[in-house]
Design a protein around this ligand. Structure first.
Ligand code: NI
Length: 176
């Protein structure tokens, strides 16, 4: 294992169902965590990662969707500490979502099409951002993680159990 990256926690680990705690100070230790989370996300590869997914229970997430449509595009990481949705649109968006903690599984999830989020950035400065499309799904998905919620929680229990069983089976095969 590369020591610059974290191991990603896979379902059904209980840490994924826990609520992460508010961060009091954005300091160098927290920035080191954010750097390492970002490298873990790029390595996976994924477009978003929340602290619960690396076994940490503070309200931190990282995202980068700049390369989703154009692999040549330069990196454009977003770091969020204590993110909070302060407005959401009535308009709904449907999109297929996946999750690094639920490998290989995807399902359509409905969410508000646009959200406004306030958060502290990498330097601890207060920021606000409006997200739509993929960015909106991603930021809502990651904030859900900090509240112990997974995208499969929006599905019927039948569908959710099917997905979780598939992941367990794949993990067992991998362990052989
Ligand atoms: Ni996820």
């Amino acid at each position: 294992m590369n020591k610059e990256i974290y191991d990603i926690i896979i379902v059904p680990d209980p840490v994924l169902k826990q609520k992460a705690q508010e961060v009091q100070t954005v300091d160098d230790a927290l920035r080191a965590q954010m750097d390492r989370m970002l490298e873990t996300m790029y390595d996976a590869p994924g477009i978003g990662l929340a602290a619960n997914q690396v076994n940490l229970l503070n309200r931190v997430l990282v995202m980068d969707f700049s390369q989703r449509e154009d692999e040549e595009a330069s990196r454009d990481p977003i770091y969020m500490v204590n993110p909070e949705i302060i407005w959401e649109s009535d308009e709904i968006s449907e999109m297929d979502e996946g999750c690094l903690s639920i490998p290989g599984q995807y399902a359509t999830v409905e969410r508000p099409a646009q959200v406004r989020v306030k958060y502290l950035d990498y330097d601890g400065k207060a920021q606000e951002g409006l997200f739509e499309g993929l960015g909106s799904h991603c930021v809502q998905h990651e904030i859900d993680h900090l509240n112990g919620v997974l995208f499969v929680d929006y599905l019927s229990s039948l569908k959710r159990n099917m997905i979780l069983k598939k992941v367990l089976k794949d993990q067992k095969l991998k362990a052989l």
